[in-house]
Design a protein around this ligand. Structure first.
Ligand code: IDP
Ligand code: MG
Length: 151
């Protein structure tokens, strides 16, 4: 856990279509995380299969790829203290019905196959996902508010 830990967060096609990009992005900003990469991208099935490679073989895998390729996604990298675990807790549980109100999925979703957002589940996977979605690299800059967020 460090203040420079990074996580890959993505608004899925249903989140984009439902106009939830600003709300989701705003939660990470308000929490104190630093935005270091952002783009709107309509990913190919091949790219998405790579992203979800660990789930290949699951019965829902073909449907998941079709859903994720059905429209553009917002790909982001956020940096800050315990970013991976905190990002996951801000998202809520995989199944929105098990997500507490106050989490993104708990506030906006009902179905596991339309759960509007993705977040890396480990620091190692975050690094892989950041490389996959941002081969061009992230943006380096100083955020002057860090002394108001970290001790
Ligand atoms: P996560 O997104 O919370 O990390 P994973 O188990 O990595 O959950 O699954 C990736 C995505 O696959 C989920 O976010 C969800 O969109 C989809 N998914 C997972 N389990 C099911 C299922 O049982 N039916 C349909 N879609 C599923
Ligand atoms: Mg996952």
């Amino acid at each position: 856990m460090s203040v420079s830990e990074r996580t890959y967060i993505m608004v899925k096609p249903d989140g984009v279509q439902r106009g939830l990009v600003g709300n989701i992005l705003g939660r990470f900003e308000q929490r104190g995380f630093k935005l270091i990469a952002l783009k709107l991208v309509h990913a190919t099935p091949e790219h998405l299969e790579q992203h979800y490679i660990d789930l290949k073989g699951k019965s829902f895998f073909p449907g998941l790829i079709k859903y994720m390729a059905s429209g553009p996604v917002v790909a982001m990298v956020w940096e800050g203290l315990d970013a991976v675990k905190t990002g996951r807790s801000m998202l809520g549980a995989t199944n929105p019905l098990a997500s507490a109100p106050g989490t993104i999925r708990g506030d906006f979703a009902l179905a596991v196959g339309r759960n509007i957002c993705h977040g890396s589940d480990s620091v190692e996977n975050a690094e892989k996902e950041i490389k996959l979605w941002f081969p061009e690299g992230v943006v380096q800059y100083t955020n002057d508010n860090s002394k108001w967020i970290f001790e």
